[in-house]
Structure formats: C-alpha cells, structure tokens
Write a protein that binds this ligand. Structure first.
Ligand SMILES: Nc1ncnc2c1ncn2[C@@H]1O[C@H](COP(=O)(O)OP(=O)(O)OP(=O)(O)O)[C@@H](O)[C@H]1O
Ligand SMILES: O=C(O)[C@H](O)CO
Length: 367
C-alpha cells in the first residue's frame, strides 16, 4: 500500500464510522414508531433511509443538498436545495418543514433528523426579509472568515425555523431529535443554526441526542491506522483557526513529526477574495500545506470534508506530498483557486456525497 492509499483508507474509515445510515439505525434500535419523520441536512437522505427501514410506511420528508437525495425511494418526499448559499428551494424546504410540524395532532410523535448544511438548505424568514437578503447575508458570512458559531448566530436572527423556532410550532406529544454534529462542541443550537434545537418553553416530551461527531470519526481513523501498523503521532480536533495561521502551525507540526500518522479534525475559517476561483477549505488547506512540506519526500497529507463536497465544488478535498508544490501554485492559492491547481496535479480527493457530515478530517503520514 502506498502512503497515499494508506491516507485514503484511514480517512475513509473515519468517515464510514459516522455514516448517517448506521448511526441512525443504531440510535433507533429501542425507539417507538413516530407518526412523522423529518430529515434536514447534507446527511438527511442516509438518515431518513435508516429511519424508514426501521419504521416503514411513516410519512417522511427529506430536505437536502442538490444531488444528495439521489435514489431515495418514492415514498419519501424530497426537496433538494442549494448549498452553501441558499436559494428559493431552501425557502420551500423551510416552509415544508414548518407545515409538516404545524399540522401534527396533539398526541402525535415526531422524529427529527438533523445534520450540517441545514442552515442553507431550509429557511423560513421572519417578516421584513426576502430571498435577496438571505443570499446576500450568506454570501457575506461565508467570505468573512467567521467561525460557524458566529456565523450561525447571525443566521438565527432572521429565521423562523432556526434557534428552536421550528420545534416551537410542534403541538404534539413527543419529539426525538437525532443529530450528526459538524460543529465544535457539538452544540444543538449551532448545528444547522439550531433547526433541531428545543425551544426554551415547550410542553411536549423531548429527547435530543448527538449520534455522530468528529471525535467518533477520528477515533475510527486512528483504529484503522493502528490496523495498518502505523503509530499515531497525534489525534485531536485542532483545525479551528484561520487558514493561513493553521497552515503555518500544522506545517511546522508536519515537518517535525516522527514516522507515523497525524489525525486532525475541525473546520478552518477562510477569508475569500472578491471573485474566488475554484476551491474549498480543504483544497485550500491541502495546497497551503503542500507549500509547507515542499521537498519533504516522506510526507503525504490528505485533507477532506467528511461530507464529500468541499465548498461549492464536487471534490471532497486534496491529497498532497513533498512534490506537489511548484512556484506556479502561489497565484492559485492567492486567488482561492486551489481546486484548479490540484486538478492539474491529479491531487483532488473525489468521493461524492458520503451520507454524513462531521466537519473536516486531515490525515498525514510520514514514512
Ligand atoms: N474558492 C474557495 N476557496 C476556499 N474556500 C472556499 C472557496 N469557496 C468557498 N469556500 C469556503 O467553503 C466553505 C463552505 O462550503 P462547505 O459546504 O464545504 O462548508 P461546510 O462548512 O461544510 O458547510 P456546512 O457547515 O453548512 O455543512 C466556506 O468556509 C467558504 O468560505
Ligand atoms: O448548517 C450549518 O449551519 C452547518 O453545517 C453547521 O451545522
């Protein structure tokens, strides 16, 4: 196995361990049949499939990202919408979720399946705001280098579904919320801007559980590395700063690491130029790290979004080594066009939607 194959296998083991289907299936093992299933987020289709296999025939609505609902059975109602910047279908998704909840009867029970991406995919705006405001807000937030906690605090301010507002409309008896976390601290008020958060005051019985997270993925990635006979040099959720700072820090860590595997999770923040090129956080970090490890023949670094789609691209991330960087790469890095450079070098990580979303995962190997 080449170091590149090993890095791919370790990353994939991490992602597989937090698959939306398996995590939901496990979580529902002892649950009673709900009257309605609603699923929203990038992992919504996988989570809904598991719920429908467990409770066939239950009315089910999935609101997910374009292409992420492919192949869903016809008895599941599907709304696909834009991500990371919402579109009119996001408003349709938000309204459909609200309507589904508001029409539930007094003694009914709801299963709500939440995963990251929901902030963009489902929205119902408070009075005085329209789609133009929504897209402008999101475009600005995505370019400003804010972390997800700060970004989602802004998104909640104009939303009728976020911050516990969706479940505030539930007049039934019981709600079970299962969430896959793609935020630091696994806070339900931040995942999807709190679309699955419980309102401050409610009369229904409620259970809310985080069923998969970045920590789960990293633990399984580390198990895979051990299985491959590699030493774990470090395993932590450390990717939470702005990209240039992180590239410098992780770059130094990589240059100094002994033989073995380094596993890092998290979500770097990115400040974008006015007209960004083709890329995403993971591709940008991979390319910035290629510069840091230029000439280090024993190092291979894979950086990938666990959802399988990095920024507004089809790639999940990038895989680089000590030979990837060239002088020409500098202008791609500056123009936020890392994807174009990595594509030329055949260094893109392509997985397609993975059925989960637990932030980003970096796997570095020194042979
Ligand atoms: N050309 C680019 N180069 C680098 N980063 C980019 C580029 N275009 C967009 N981004 C970044 O991609 C991120 C949004 O895309 P992505 O879907 O991967 O994020 P996400 O955090 O996984 O979304 P969510 O949290 O809603 O699931 C933002 O951080 C944005 O700044
Ligand atoms: O949708 C969102 O807000 C992010 O993915 C965090 O959950």
């Amino acid at each position: 196995m080449t170091p590149q194959d090993q890095a791919r296998a370790i990353w994939q083991a991490g992602v597989d361990a937090v698959g939306g289907y398996a995590a939901t299936e496990l979580a529902l093992r002892d649950s009673a049949r709900p009257d309605r299933i609603l699923a929203v987020g990038k992992a919504a289709a996988a989570m809904a499939r598991a719920a429908m296999d467990r409770f066939p025939g239950t009315p089910c609505l999935v609101v997910t990202k374009d292409g992420h609902g492919d192949g869903l059975p016809e008895d599941i109602e599907l709304i696909e919408a834009a991500h990371p910047v919402p579109d009119a279908r996001s408003l349709a998704g938000g309204r459909a979720l609200c309507q589904a909840i508001e029409t539930m009867s007094k003694d009914s029970s709801l299963l709500l399946l939440v995963s990251g991406g929901a902030s963009s995919l489902a929205e119902d705006l408070v009075d005085g705001h329209d789609l133009d405001d929504l897209t402008a807000l999101n475009t600005r937030l995505l370019a400003e280098g804010l972390d997800i906690t700060a970004m989602n605090a802004e998104r909640r301010k104009i939303s009728h579904v976020k911050g516990g507002n969706l479940l505030a409309g539930f007049k039934g008896a019981h709600v079970d919320v299962l969430a896959i976390s793609d935020v630091p601290g696994d806070d339900l008020m931040v995942i999807g801007s709190g679309i699955g958060a419980l309102p401050d005051h409610h009369d229904f019985q409620a259970q809310a559980r985080i069923i998969a997270s970045n920590a789960h993925a990293r633990a399984s990635a580390a198990n895979k590395a051990a299985e491959l006979g590699l030493d774990i040099v470090a395993n932590s959720e450390a990717l939470h700063q702005d990209l240039p700072t992180l590239a410098t820090q992780v770059g130094a860590q990589l240059r100094n690491m002994p033989r073995g595997v380094l596993i890092l999770g998290g979500e770097p923040t990115v400040v974008l130029p006015e007209n960004p090129g083709q890329g995403g956080r993971n591709q940008a970090l991979a390319l910035a790290l290629a510069k840091e490890i230029d000439g280090e023949a024993e190092l291979t670094v894979l950086v990938g979004g666990t959802d399988g789609t990095d920024g507004p691209t089809d790639a999940a991330g990038g895989i680089v080594d000590g030979t990837t960087w060239t002088i020409a790469a500098e202008s791609f890095l500056t123009a936020a066009d890392s994807g174009s450079f990595l594509a030329q070098k055949n260094a893109l990580l392509m997985t397609g939607p993975t059925g989960t979303n637990v932030m980003d995962l970096l796997v570095a190997i020194r042979t």
